[in-house]
Design a protein around this ligand. Structure first.
Ligand SMILES: [Zn+2]
Ligand SMILES: [Zn+2]
Length: 122
């Protein structure tokens, strides 16, 4: 599942900060990761050597930030065993026989409760 999230996640990083997003395959809601700042943000490299080092550092921190985002996303997203899509907790149902996404539950007429119940009005 980590690999699927990693591949589906969009990179929204800037040269100063790292940020990623992921959309629910059912409702389309975008989840956005916490933003973490590049340790050398705003620092101008004083030499060509430093420029290369900063670049490498950026790549490394980007990878670390992405892994943290994947870990966080795993708390919000579920992998539907039927359609193999990533869906958010609101669209993922704890079914009678199997946990599955809302779309598949409708297609297969499986009953279930959402992982996160919708907020009741009133
Ligand atoms: Zn959703
Ligand atoms: Zn599904």
């Amino acid at each position: 599942m980590r690999r699927m999230i990693r591949e589906a996640m969009e990179d929204r990083s800037s040269p100063e900060a790292f940020r990623f997003s992921l959309n629910c395959a059912v409702c389309g809601a975008a989840w956005i990761s916490r933003t973490s700042r590049f340790s050398k943000a705003g620092v101008t490299p004083e030499s060509e050597g430093k420029r290369i080092i900063f670049q490498k550092l950026y790549e490394r921190e980007w990878e670390e930030a992405r892994e943290r985002a994947v870990t966080d996303a795993m708390e919000t997203f579920n992998l539907c065993p039927i359609c193999r899509r990533l869906v958010c907790n609101r669209c993922f149902l704890l079914g009678e026989d199997i946990d599955l996404c809302a779309d598949c539950a409708r297609n297969l007429q499986e009953r279930g409760e959402p992982v996160t119940p919708k907020e009741e009005s009133g």
